[in-house]
Design a binder for this molecule. Structure first.
Ligand code: ADP
Ligand code: MG
Ligand code: MG
Length: 325
């Protein structure tokens, strides 16, 4: 009698959203896994193209229409994404607000590599902040989008990866994939589990090469980390993060890494950005308002904070990890 061989783990990597996206399936026949992963890979490339803030595509066309005071019809997926973004922006009290694309652009972060330049003049930043671009300026009826405020320019970078992984996971489930993990530079989404145990992922150490802790994800959870250690520039000893405080128009300070665990990737990603802006004093309030409970935060001085819901999920890695306060 020959025993059936277990299905191999299938792993494929794509370059999309300016980062490597890895999809791994567990316990799925190879043909079925490869076909499903290829389909999702195409979908992610399409989404990347449609949602890109500064290359020709649907979002860029929408931004041009908004600047001209015109309405523009988008596809249903983008309309849903904008509604979700507007709702998350409201919940965050405007700390996460994808309408601040012009600010992100003048800081030089509309580029594939971090800027080497200098901070923009105060007058430029203050003038942009004074025009108050907000997601609440958007009027979305069906798939038709317009803005009451022509200063709105959409940049979905703070939650697009989370939302895209939500869609990719739904696609994989629709293809009958019951156990998989999707990993996209700072964002992870799981489907099901890794055999009898949960999928386990690591949170990177923002100060040095390595990891601070591991987290076991329950089926269908997402973990998103925002940090100022990947995209930033240094000037006169100050680090300028790519995460901008919409209230001041200036990069956030004081926090080096925020990780959020949630059942929605879009919400986890948006919240990681919002809590980075909120800072060491205000983040618990903002987390509660956004409905996220499992949060880990590392401040400039290396202090690690974790909510009780996150502490319950953190596991030490080789050599242990500093106890979160
Ligand atoms: P990562 O790039 O590591 O995923 P984030 O999820 O925090 O980090 O996304 C940062 C990106 O979001 C920036 O590059 C910019 O495009 C955009 N962004 C910056 N600040 C804000 C903000 N306050 N609200 C919404 N989007 C922002
Ligand atoms: Mg992100
Ligand atoms: Mg984010």
């Amino acid at each position: 009698v020959r025993l059936a061989q277990p299905d191999p783990d299938i792993r494929e990597t794509f370059f999309v959203f300016g980062t490597l996206v890895e999809i791994e399936t567990r316990g799925v026949p190879e043909d079925k896994a490869r076909a499903a992963i290829a389909k999702v890979g195409h979908r992610l490339q399409q989404i990347h193209h449609d949602w890109h803030a500064w290359r020709p595509g649907r979002l860029e066309s929408l931004n041009a229409a908004i600047a001209d005071g015109r309405a523009f019809t988008v596809d249903p997926a983008l309309a849903d994404l904008l509604r979700e973004g507007r709702q998350l922006a409201c919940a965050s009290g405007g700390l996460f607000d994808p309408a601040i694309g012009r600010l992100i652009e003048v800081w030089g972060f509309h580029a594939d590599t971090p800027p080497e330049g200098a901070a923009p003049p105060d007058a430029v930043l203050d003038a942009l902040v004074a025009r108050h671009p907000r997601m609440t300026d958007l009027r979305i009826s069906g798939t038709e989008v317009r803005s009451d405020n022509p200063a709105v320019q959409l940049d979905l970078g703070a939650y697009a990866k989370g939302a895209a992984l939500d869609l990719a996971a739904a696609d994989l489930r629709a293809e009958g994939i019951e156990n998989a993990v999707l990993n996209a530079g700072g964002g992870v989404q799981v489907i099901g589990r890794h055999d009898a145990r949960p999928w386990r992922v690591a949170i990177r150490d923002p100060f040095q090469w390595g990891v601070v802790a591991a987290v076991s994800l329950h089926p269908d959870e997402a973990l998103h980390t925002s940090g100022n250690y990947e995209r930033f520039f240094d000037q006169g000893g100050v680090r300028f993060s790519h995460i901008i405080d919409p209230r001041s128009g200036r990069p956030m300070q004081g926090i080096v890494s925020v990780s959020v665990l949630d059942t929605s990737g879009a919400r986890a990603d948006a919240a990681a950005t919002a809590l980075s802006v909120a800072g060491p004093a205000d983040w618990p309030k903002v987390a509660a308002a956004m409905g996220v409970h499992a949060v880990m935060m590392i401040t400039d001085d290396g202090t690690i904070y974790a909510t009780p819901a996150m502490k319950a999920r953190l596991e030490p890695v080789d050599g242990g990890f500093p106890a979160p306060v």
